[in-house]
Design a protein around this ligand. Structure first.
Ligand SMILES: Cc1ncc(C[n+]2csc(CCOP(=O)(O)OP(=O)(O)O)c2C)c(N)n1
Ligand code: SF4
Length: 260
């Protein structure tokens, strides 16, 4: 009887935990996009069959414990330095699939130098950039990506551009660099966007085989805790406020996809 039931479950299985995603409780807050992004990375690695050929680099930020969730080789990096570490790993082990996984504070503030130069050098890695418009781990300070008028602990009246500068569209900057092979912006706020995000991550890994430069996938995400919203409110706010400023879509695609 038990055996019959388990066969039945297997036959009708439409959704399961990817092998690469470790069966454990994540520390992420309920509704946080980091969990969705992790799952997508794990699904892609499973589908490509590259679990033992992939090396991830996660620096400081809420995703600092990514190595507890992804069952692959992973390295830590100091705040902002993930792409420098990923560069070293890829150059020593060019047959491995190497990616960094970085927040906006990490990638676009303390790590701006590493980010720009890694992209400009055209390192053959994938950068996954989680843009939630705030410093999540440290309690919600303003990030370079914080929108005009958006409240944070260091911009309690909302971001004032005259005082605090404008939000930085670092992905648009990156896309112009000759070393960048593929650059796109996706989001994880709706099922449809999640599916598109997975495709972008898939390409980011596959294009490493072309050895023609760097792949950059920005994932517009949320931070319900520091945005002080429920997960549902946060995803609605993302749609109405983040996406008009950070529009989704490809910024640079390889020739095989119609790019120049
Ligand atoms: C050298 C250094 N400076 C500052 C910090 C404090 N710090 C830790 S995480 C963080 C910001 C993380 O924000 P983000 O990269 O956007 O990631 P999120 O937590 O939102 O996912 C900061 C400033 C640190 N750990 N090390
Ligand atoms: S603080 Fe924000 S980014 Fe960090 S886990 Fe919680 S919701 Fe996610």
């Amino acid at each position: 009887m038990i055996a019959e039931e388990s066969v039945c479950v297997e036959e009708n299985l439409v959704y399961d935990r990817p092998k690469t995603l470790i069966d454990t409780t994540m520390h992420y807050c309920p509704g946080c996009g980091h969990g969705v992004a992790h799952r997508l990375i794990a699904e892609v690695i499973d589908e490509l069959g590259i679990q033992d050929k992939t090396i991830g680099v996660a620096p400081v930020g809420c995703s600092v414990f990514a190595y507890n969730y992804l069952d692959i080789d992973m390295s830590e990096a100091a705040h902002g330095r993930a792409t420098a570490v990923a560069t070293g790993i890829k150059r020593m082990l060019p047959d491995k699939y190497v990616f960094s996984y970085q927040g906006d504070g990490d990638l676009a503030a303390i790590g701006t130098g590493e980010t720009i130069h890694t992209c400009n050098r055209g390192e053959n890695i994938l950068i996954i950039f989680i843009n939630n418009g705030i410093y999540g781990m440290t309690g919600g300070q303003m990030a370079p990506t914080t929108l005009v008028g958006m409240k944070s602990t260091t911009s309690p009246e909302g971001r004032i551009p005259e005082l605090m500068g404008n939000p930085l569209k670092i992905t648009e900057l990156i896309a112009q660099l000759p070393g960048v092979y593929y650059c796109t912006r996706v989001a994880v706020n709706t099922p449809n966007n999640v599916r598109k995000a997975k495709k972008a991550i898939l390409k980011g890994f596959q294009y490493q085989d072309h050895k023609k430069g760097l792949c950059f996938v920005e994932i517009v995400s949320n931070c319900p805790s520091n945005w002080k919203m429920t997960p549902v409110e946060a995803n609605k706010w993302l749609e109405e406020n983040m996406l008009p400023f950070y529009p989704l879509g490809d910024l640079k695609v390889p020739e095989i996809e119609g790019g120049k």
